[in-house]
Design a protein. Structure first.
Lengths: 486, 477
């Protein structure tokens, strides 16, 4: 048995029945990382020593009868999530040597379950990018086609899960950064409702849009991971006090009577790859075959979504990233002795071109005389988009859509054209603007053998409906069982 | 042409909560640099602010004390600028939607009338850290202990018309802050700071002139001096038919002048926008009424009560309500000795004189209110004379002993025994035949001389009223 290929729930079952130990499982994962990581390049920091210690502790806990769904399970963490004592770079030179003195809320939750952390995963710098090519350190390759991008910004997390280098991972989704790479790497990716998971310790890109979400091999595992990290946190004022339901309990429910909304604007979008369109249409047929009914819905402000997002997110980012000034931590241009020169030098050297571009856009949009025309208008559009969804969800329970307009792009393809990259977020970013949850599940492959994802969106706190729908779809199909040819 | 100054003040007052506005770090002053810090106030990646409710409560107190409207919802906003003492690269403040608006404060004018000064807005924000410059090396150190200490900004309408008015307004504001227990209002230590917006216009005009903003006003004296200087400077420019430049100026207390700091063109664009890390702040009516209920009687209310209930002059009431502690002291005295005007005279005269001379505030007063009241009671009962009362008062202030004990220990009880006083009077008459002669010839003013002699002979202990009466009787009128 190849332990690294196990899902979280399978491994948990074996650990619980004492068929395997966490140390054995962790060693298998370490071996797997050593074998395939040179081709995939998903990890920025490996924490094998810590992982084996954690595995040991997990085995002791299990021996003492203390087992929870993530006890002893090797996971990977996007390098945007603060890990106490472990370098957290955000994929940026400016934080290349930054070691947080505290754990993110989600890390405390995982540690409380005796989970095993294999390492920190690659990403586009400060989560700004859709291909992982904007990492300051390395380009992660798609396990399904090494000359292709894994997507982004949580590309390292998606690739690591797809390549069996960890059993599950955490990413973050600001405009699709979990769902899009999950779709490109053939894994399950969930963006929870805004406020469902604490952002404390998640390095901010765009605070009103950021949300931590799990990447996993199955829907069952996604539910397990969300269960572990969800919940109210007083340290995050935007985290909601709503109780956390039992997500695994809803998986087995059937889809009879479920209304699936099909937004006509989504399927008319220019640039939607016909193979993606057809895979998603087939997936909707499958869902209909499972007892769901489809209804047409309309999201009339869809066409303004990208523009609104690319004003709001950079505006917040320009402010959030002001703290990287070379004064307190992170990279400092030591050649410069004058304050303003030191700021300029540190930030010019520390930030890559995409981050600099977004800081400039955001700074411009917030400037006196431009604020109302840009940030103000974008905020109004955001309200309208949220209202579109509210109205749509009066007619349906979930919305089905592609996660991305195309399968993974070839590496190097989108670098020259940021606008094309921004437009590829068209299906994912409305959920962030509206604060609603979304999940991507594998629903097919392109003729080149690259995965395609079906995206399901739900109303606020409708994660259970998303899990139920995605689970029934997964059980009725074989896509999730296929492994990449590494 | 005659000009009229138009002045508005922006006051930053530190709120004396025990913890910072967005984290649990201590706000205590004077600790080792960078010891009262945490990931939140250090602006570490991934850290998030959580609003300290006490700060809201304190600001609500101020809002109610200055008659402000409190909108149901306010928002925190980010004020973006780079400076080494600002770890996040932005200050969390309030911008479009402050917690309180449309208030006012009534101040006393020199002619005894009262003037209403509008308060445009009050908002909450976090303080920045402190740079410490090394004199010997080209380096600066950053101390972030102060980062995140809560501040309240109070912006007045341009209703002030002179430096003196500005001074009165500022002192009143500070008195209220101290009165309601939300800050110490210490200008020299920087817990109470003021910027002045100043312009001038031809008297009678209803449009505003070009204004300047003057910063670095670190004492009440400097506020008034700087405003006077700036009025004179602008007047001179206008009389020269020049143009006042809209700019930020810095008061130089050494030279006694304001100096240009930055022009309008160089002004920062702070790129304010709502802070997405903090939810809109909803203030429910319930909360406002709870704060209102806990609010102490305000200076103006108490002053009015002193005038109506105690029947003391408004001037006295004004002095006695200049601080809550003084007003408490006064009322405490009245519990033992209920003669309001008498007590007020002594507090305003002897007690405040003593405290001023020693540079002390009423909180450090060595004389307990019940002791002062006791002293006045002894005086009133005729047990001691006014002169002795002064002596006892001085003794009380240096030893803190109760008046009765001092009177007993020093044998200062007033002599009201007719036979003893008559004996001394007889002796004085015998020793001063010339004066007796002149008195009888009509020089009635000499009565004072005789009283003085008798008092001296009795070491001031004789009851002066009795001395007067007996002398008149003996000398004949
Ligand atoms: Zn702190």
């Amino acid at each position: 048995m190849q332990l690294h290929t196990l899902t979280i729930s399978e491994a948990h079952d074996l650990l619980k029945r004492k068929k395997i130990t966490s140390v054995e499982l962790t060693r298998a994962v370490v071996d797997r990382i050593e074998a395939v990581e040179p081709k995939v390049l998903a990890f920025l920091t490996r924490t094998f020593e810590d992982a084996l210690e954690q595995a040991n502790a997990a085995d002791k806990a299990i021996a003492a009868g203390k087992i929870t769904p993530l006890t002893g399970i090797p996971l990977g963490i996007k390098d945007l999530i603060c890990t106490d004592g472990i370098r957290t770079t955000c994929g940026s030179h400016i934080l290349e040597d930054f070691i947080p003195p505290f754990d993110a809320f989600v890390m405390r939750k995982l540690k409380a379950q005796n989970a095993v952390i294999a390492g920190k995963l690659n990403m586009d710098e400060f989560a700004m990018g859709s291909t992982n090519e904007h990492s300051a350190f390395q380009v992660t390759h798609n396990p399904w086609g090494l000359e292709h991008s894994p997507g982004g910004s949580s590309g390292g997390s998606a690739a690591a899960v797809a390549a069996d280098m960890c059993l599950g991972a955490l990413g973050s989704d600001t405009g699709g950064s979990v769902r899009q790479p999950a779709s490109h790497c053939g894994v399950v990716g969930l963006k929870p409702t805004y406020g469902r998971v604490s952002r404390f310790g998640l390095v901010a890109f765009a605070s009103s849009l950021d949300q931590i979400g799990p990447l996993s091999k199955t829907v069952t595992d996604s539910a397990i991971l969300l269960q572990a990290i969800a919940g109210h946190d007083e340290a995050d004022s935007t985290s909601v006090p709503n109780g956390v339901p039992n997500y695994s309990a809803c998986l087995g429910r059937d889809l009879k009577g479920l209304r699936i909304g099909l937004p006509k604007e989504y399927f008319d979008i220019e640039g939607l790859d016909p193979q993606v369109a057809s895979a998603v249409k087939k997936a909707i047929d499958t869902l209909s075959g499972l007892g769901a009914q489809t209804v047409e819905v309309t999201l009339p402000h869809t066409e303004y979504g990208v523009a609104a997002y690319y004003i709001i997110a950079p505006s917040e980012a320009s402010s959030n990233l002001a703290r990287y000034d070379g004064v307190k931590y992170g990279l400092r241009d030591k050649q410069k002795t004058e304050l303003l020169e030191m700021y300029r030098g540190s930030r010019s050297q520390g930030f890559g071109p995409e981050v600099q571009r977004r800081i400039l856009i955001g700074t411009y949009c917030l400037s006196a005389g431009y604020y109302d025309a840009y940030y103000g208008k974008a905020s109004q559009i955001r309200t309208l988009i949220a209202r579109d969804f509210e109205q749509a969800f009066q007619k349906c329970d979930v919305i089905a859509a592609p996660a991305a307009p195309t399968p993974a792009t070839a590496l190097g393809e989108s670098l020259d054209d940021p606008l094309a990259m921004y437009l590829s977020d068209v299906f994912t970013l409305p959920a962030n603007l509206a604060g609603i949850p979304g999940i991507s599940v594998p629903c097919g492959f392109s003729d080149k053998g690259l995965p395609i994802g079906l995206q399901l969106l739900g109303g606020h706190f409708a994660e259970e409906t998303l899990f139920k729908t995605a689970y029934q779809f997964e059980q009725a199909t074989e896509f999730h069982k296929k492994r990449p040819p590494l | 042409m005659e000009f009229e100054p138009v002045i508005g003040l922006e006051v930053h007052a530190q709120l004396n909560t025990s913890t910072k506005i967005f984290c649990a770090c201590s706000t205590r002053f004077g600790a080792e640099p960078n010891t009262h810090v945490c990931p939140v106030c250090l602006g570490m990646p991934g850290s998030l602010p959580v609003l300290n409710k006490k700060v809201v409560e304190y600001t609500l107190r101020m809002a109610l004390a200055t008659n402000c409207d409190i909108p149901p919802q306010s928002r925190f906003a980010r004020k973006n600028y780079f400076y080494p003492d600002l770890p996040k690269g932005y200050q969390i403040s309030q911008y479009e939607l402050p917690i309180a608006i449309n208030g006012h404060l009534d101040i006393d004018m020199q002619d005894g009338s009262s003037k209403r000064i509008g308060i445009t807005r009050i908002h909450m924000e976090e303080d920045a850290g402190k740079l410490i410059h090394d004199g010997s090396l080209p380096v600066s150190h950053v101390d972030l202990n102060r980062t995140g200490v809560p501040l309240m900004e109070i912006v007045s309408e341009p209703d002030l018309r002179s430096a003196a008015e500005a001074g009165v307004y500022l002192r009143n504001l500070r008195a209220i802050i101290r009165w309601i227990g939300i800050g110490d209002g210490n200008m020299e230590e920087g817990s109470f700071r003021c910027d002045a917006n100043i312009s001038i216009r031809p008297k009678g005009s209803d449009t505003f002139g070009t204004r300047t903003e003057t910063k670095n006003l670190n004492s009440f004296k400097n506020v008034e001096k700087a405003i006077r200087y700036e009025i004179a400077r602008q007047t001179e420019i206008l009389l020269d038919t020049g143009q006042v430049v809209q700019e930020t100026r810095l008061w130089n207390p050494g030279k006694g002048v304001t100096e240009s700091m930055r022009s309008k063109e160089q002004a920062h664009d702070y790129r304010y926008f709502p802070d997405p890390d903090l939810l809109p702040l909803v203030i429910e009516k319930k909360w406002i009424s709870a704060v209102q209920k806990d609010l102490p009687e305000l200076p103006s209310q108490r002053r009015e009560r002193f005038v109506t209930e105690m029947a003391i002059p408004d001037y006295d009431a004004g002095v006695l309500t200049s601080s809550r502690e003084l007003a408490d002291y006064y009322e405490s005295c009245l519990k033992t000795f209920n003669q309001p005007k008498h007590v007020s005279n002594w507090i305003m005269g002897s007690l405040l004189g003593l405290l001023n001379a020693e540079g002390k505030s009423i909180e450090d007063c060595p004389i307990a209110p019940k002791d002062l009241a006791q002293l006045l009671k002894l005086l009133d009962e005729g047990a001691i004379s006014g002169k002795i009362a002064k002596t006892v008062f001085e003794e009380m202030s240096s030893t803190g002993k109760p008046p009765k004990q001092i009177v007993e220990e020093k044998g200062l009880v007033q002599v009201s025994d007719t036979s003893i006083i008559e004996k001394e009077i007889d002796a004085v008459i015998a020793a001063n035949p010339n004066e007796v002669e002149r008195y009888k010839d009509g020089q009635k003013k000499l009565i004072g001389f005789f009283v003085g002699q008798v008092m001296r002979a009795t070491k001031g202990k004789a009851n002066p009223k009795m001395v007067n009466e007996l002398l008149m009787k003996k000398l004949g009128t």
